[in-house]
Design a protein around this ligand. Structure first.
Ligand SMILES: Cc1ncc(C[n+]2csc(CCOP(=O)(O)OP(=O)(O)O)c2C)c(N)n1
Ligand SMILES: CC(=O)[C@@H](O)[C@H](O)COP(=O)(O)O
Ligand SMILES: [Mg+2]
Length: 665
C-alpha cells in the first residue's frame, strides 16, 4: 500500500495535507519506527510517543527558518523521518549511521545538538532573543540574514523538566517575555516512572478529566470563573489574547509569567495544531502541556514497557497497535552464560553494603535500572533515592547526607556527572565529605556516541585535591573497590565501563584495598604495560600477542589514578626500557599524565622520547583529542587504537621489531 509518508521528503511536503492525512502520516511514522527500530534497538518507547507532535509541528512550521528543538533528542526519530532521513532510520546509532540524537552536523533541521537532558528551553531563549536583536539591529545580522524572526518551539519531556537548568531558562524567558513556545510532552515517564513533586503536579494536571480541545474551552474556562466572566467580556481580546488562564493547570507556569495551554491530547494532530496556532499568536512565552503515552501504539512498549534500549524482533506490521512483538530470537541454549554486567555487580553489592552498614545510601539521577540501583530500591527502599534528572542535586543531597554522618554512594554515569562538576569541587572535595562517586559508563559507551562517552572523568577528578580516583580492572575488583570507597572516610571516585565484566569469579568477601597501591599481574622483561581500569585487559591482550612474537611483557594494574603508586612506577621504570600506560580516557590530565608527573616529582628517569640513555621511554595510550563517534564499542575501540593488537603494534614499533613479525601473531 502506498504510504503518504513516502511522499514526505522534506517537512514542507506536509504543508498541503489535510488534518486527516496528517493524522495518517503520524501513524505511518509510528509503523515505520516499529518496523525499523524493533530490528536495530534504539530509544523505542519515547519515539512512539512523539509521532503526532512532530507531524503537527512540521505541518505548521517552516523548518529550519522556524526552529524545533528536541530535548535530549532520544525522541526525535519522527522528526528525523520527516526531515529527509526516513530511509536512513535503520542506520540510527550505528557506526557511520544517523546520530542517536539531534546533531547539528547531520541536518539543518537539527537545530541543536543534544543527548543530555533539560537543555532545549535554554537554547530556545537564546535563539529567540537572538532573532529579536537582529530584527531591530541590522548590523547584528549575518550575510543573507533578512532579520525576519522565525518561530521557536522546544519539545521537552516531563522527565527533562526535573532538570534544574530547564527552570533557569523558563525563569529567564518569563523575565524577558520571550515569545517562545514550549511543548511539555508529559507521559508520566522518565526512563522509569518520573519522580518528585513536579511529576506529581504534572500528573494531577494531566489526568484531570477535562482535556483542552480548543479556544472555546479557553473562553468557557475564562467566562465560567466567578467574577472573571464579566471581566473577560469587558476587557475582551487582551485577556483572551494573552491566554492568561486563571486556572490551576497553569499556575506553576503563570507564576513565571508564561501563558499556559493544556492539557492537549498529544496523539490528536488536529488538537495539537489548534493549540499551536494559539500559542504562536501569543506575544510571550507559552507552554503547551501535552499528554502522550510513551510507547503509543505498541502495547509492549506503552507506558515505558520497553524503555527503548532492548533489541527485539518486532513481527512485521501485524505487531502494530497492541500486538505483541515476535518472540526474541531464542538464546542459544548451548551458549556459555554471559558474565554479569558491571552494573549488575554494582547493584548487587550495594544491597550487601547497605546490609553491612546501615549508614550506606544509594542515589541515582533518574537512572534507576541503568545504574543497577533498582536492586537496592527493591531490597532496601529506605536506603535508595532517585532525585530525578538532577545530577547537581544528587551531589548536594549526598553532601547533606554525608554531613549527617551517612555514607552516600552517588551512582551517576561518567558523562552525566559532568553536569555536577561544581558540586564535586565546591561541596564534596573541598569539604572532604564522605561521598562515593560510582561512575558507570566510563569509557566509550557505544551507540549513544560522543554526548555519552565517559572519557573525561579521570582528568576532571584527578585535578581535585582530597579526591581519591580509582578504577577496577574487572568485576571482582569492582567489589573490592566499592568496599574500599565506602570504608574510606572522604571523597572517593571509582569508574567502570558499560556492559559485561570479563567473567572472573566474584569474591565471596569484599576486601578493603590499600589506597594508592597497584599490583603486578605478570612479569616480563623489556616492556611494562601499566593499565588503568579496562586498560589492564587491553594490556593483557597486547602481552599475549607480543609473547607470540617473542617479547615478554610485564603487565600491572595501576588501580588508582590518585594517588599514584609511585613505588610501582619506580620499579617498572627501573626494570624496563619501555613503559606503556593504557586508559579509556583522554590523555591530558589522565592516568598516564599522573604517571609522568609522579616520575618527574620523584626523580624517576622517564621520558616520552625514544632512545634516551639512562631513561625509560613512556608511551601513553588513551582516547584521542576529539569526540569519538557512535557505534558498536568494538568498532570504536578499533578506530581509536584501544585494542590489544593496536597496543602490541605500537610496542613492537617502539622496540624496533621489524614490521611483519607481529603481523603473523
Ligand atoms: C543530564 C542527563 N541525565 C540523564 C539522562 C538520561 N536520560 C535520557 S532520556 C531520560 C528520561 C527523559 O524523560 P522525559 O524527558 O520525560 O522524556 P520521555 O522519554 O518520557 O519522552 C533520561 C533520564 C540524560 N540524557 N541527560
Ligand atoms: C538517552 C539517554 O541518555 C539514555 O537513555 C541513555 O541512552 C541510556 O544509556 P544506557 O543504555 O547506557 O543505559
Ligand atoms: Mg516523559
Amino acid at each position: 500500500m502506498t504510504r503518504l509518508l513516502d511522499r514526505i521528503d522534506r517537512p514542507q511536503d506536509l504543508h498541503g495535507l489535510s488534518e486527516e492525512e496528517l493524522q495518517q502520516v503520524a501513524q505511518e511514522v509510528r509503523e515505520h519506527i516499529i518496523d525499523t527500530v524493533g530490528e536495530i534497538g534504539g530509544h523505542f518507547g519515547a519515539n512512539l510517543g512523539t509521532c503526532e507532535i512532530a507531524v503537527a509541528l512540521h505541518s505548521l512550521m517552516d523548518s529550519p527558518r522556524d526552529k524545533i528543538l528536541w530535548d535530549v533528542g532520544h525522541q526525535a526519530y519522527p522528526h528525523k523521518i520527516l526531515t529527509g532521513r526516513r530511509d536512513q532510520l535503520a542506520t540510527i546509532r550505528k557506526y557511520d549511521g544517523l546520530a542517536p540524537f539531534c546533531a547539528i552536523f547531520e541536518s539543518e533541521h537539527d537545530i541543536m545538538g543534544a543527548g543530555h537532558a533539560s537543555t532545549s528551553i535554554g537554547y530556545g531563549v537564546g535563539l529567540r532573543e537572538g532573532m529579536r536583536l537582529k530584527e531591530h539591529d541590522v548590523s547584528a545580522r549575518g550575510a543573507g540574514d533578512d532579520g525576519v524572526p522565525g518561530r521557536v518551539v522546544a519539545v521537552i519531556g516531563d522527565g527533562a523538566m526535573t532538570g534544574g537548568v530547564a527552570f533557569e531558562a523558563a525563569h529567564q524567558a518569563g523575565g524577558l517575555g520571550t515569545p517562545l513556545v514550549v511543548i511539555l510532552n508529559d507521559n508520566g515517564m522518565s526512563i522509569s516512572p518520573n519522580v518528585g513533586a513536579l511529576s506529581r503536579y504534572f500528573q494531577g494536571v494531566r489526568l484531570k478529566p477535562k482535556l483542552w480541545h480548543g479556544r472555546e474551552k479557553v473562553e468557557e474556562a475564562l467566562t465560567d470563573l466567578p467574577g472573571v466572566g464579566g471581566l473577560v467580556e469587558r476587557v475582551g481580546p487582551p485577556v483572551k489574547g494573552s491566554m492568561k488562564l486563571l486556572n490551576a493547570e497553569g499556575e506553576l507556569w503563570e507564576s513565571l509569567d508564561w501563558a499556559y495551554v493544556g492539557v492537549v491530547d498529544g496523539h490528536d494532530v488536529r488538537a495539537l495544531r489548534r493549540a499551536l496556532r494559539q500559542a504562536f499568536a501569543a506575544d510571550r512565552p507559552v507552554v503547551v502541556h501535552v499528554k502522550t503515552v510513551k510507547g503509543k501504539g505498541f502495547a509492549p512498549a506503552e507506558d515505558g514497557g520497553l524503555a527503548g534500549m532492548e533489541q527485539w524482533h518486532a513481527a512485521k506490521p501485524g505487531s502494530i497497535v497492541g500486538g505483541a512483538p515476535a518472540p526474541k530470537v531464542p538464546a542459544d541454549p548451548d551458549a556459555a552464560p554471559k558474565p554479569p554486567t558491571y552494573t549488575q555487580v554494582f547493584g548487587e553489592r550495594m544491597v550487601e553494603e547497605v546490609r553491612a552498614d546501615r549508614r550506606v545510601v544509594g542515589i541515582t539521577a533518574a537512572m534507576n535500572s541503568g545504574t543497577g540501583l533498582n536492586l537496592l530500591q527493591e531490597a532496601e527502599p529506605q536506603h535508595y533515592f532517585d532525585v530525578g534528572i538532577a545530577e547537581q542535586q544528587a551531589l548536594l543531597f549526598a553532601s547533606g547526607l554525608a554531613l549527617e554522618g551517612l555514607k552516600p554512594v552517588a551512582a551517576i554515569y561518567s558523562t552525566f556527572l559532568q553536569r555536577a562538576y561544581d558540586q564535586i569541587v565546591h561541596d564534596v572535595a573541598l569539604q572532604e565529605l564522605d561521598v562515593v562517586l560510582a561512575m558507570d559508563r566510563a569509557g566509550l559507551v557505544g551507540d549513544d556516541g560522543p554526548t555519552h562517552h565517559g572519557v573525561f572523568d579521570i582528568s576532571y577528578l584527578r585535578a581535585l585535591p582530597n579526591m581519591i580516583v580509582a578504577a577496577p580492572r574487572d568485576e571482582a575488583e569492582l567489589v573490592h573497590l566499592l568496599r574500599t570507597g565506602i570504608a574510606f572516610d572522604g571523597p572517593f571516585a571509582l569508574r567502570y565501563p558499560r556492559g559485561e565484566g570479563i567473567g572472573v569469579p566474584l569474591p565471596q568477601v569484599a576486601l578493603t584495598q590499600e589506597i594508592g597501591k597497584g599490583e603486578v599481574l605478570r612479569q616480563g622483561d623489556r616492556v611494562a604495560i601499566l593499565g588503568y581500569g579496562s586498560g589492564v585487559q587491553v594490556g593483557l591482550q597486547a602481552a599475549g600477542l607480543l609473547r607470540e612474537a617473542g617479547i615478554e611483557t610485564t603487565v600491572a594494574d595501576g588501580r588508582f589514578a590518585k594517588p599514584i603508586d609511585v613505588d610501582l612506577v619506580r620499579t617498572l621504570a627501573r626494570e624496563h626500557e619501555l613503559l606503556v600506560t593504557i586508559e579509556e580516557g583522554v590523555l591530558p590530565g589522565g592516568f598516564g599524565s599522573a604517571v609522568f608527573e609522579a616520575a618527574e616529582e620523584h626523580g624517576i628517569a622517564l621520558t616520552t622520547a625514544a632512545g634516551v640513555a639512562g631513561a625509560t621511554q613512556l608511551i601513553r595510550i588513551g582516547m584521542p583529542d576529539r569526540y569519538v563517534t557512535h557505534g558498536a564499542p568494538k568498532l570504536l575501540h578499533a578506530e581509536v587504537g584501544y585494542t590489544g593488537r593496536a597496543v602490541a603494534l605500537r610496542v613492537a614499533a617502539a622496540l624496533g621489531v621489524p614490521d611483519g613479525v607481529l603481523a603473523e601473531a
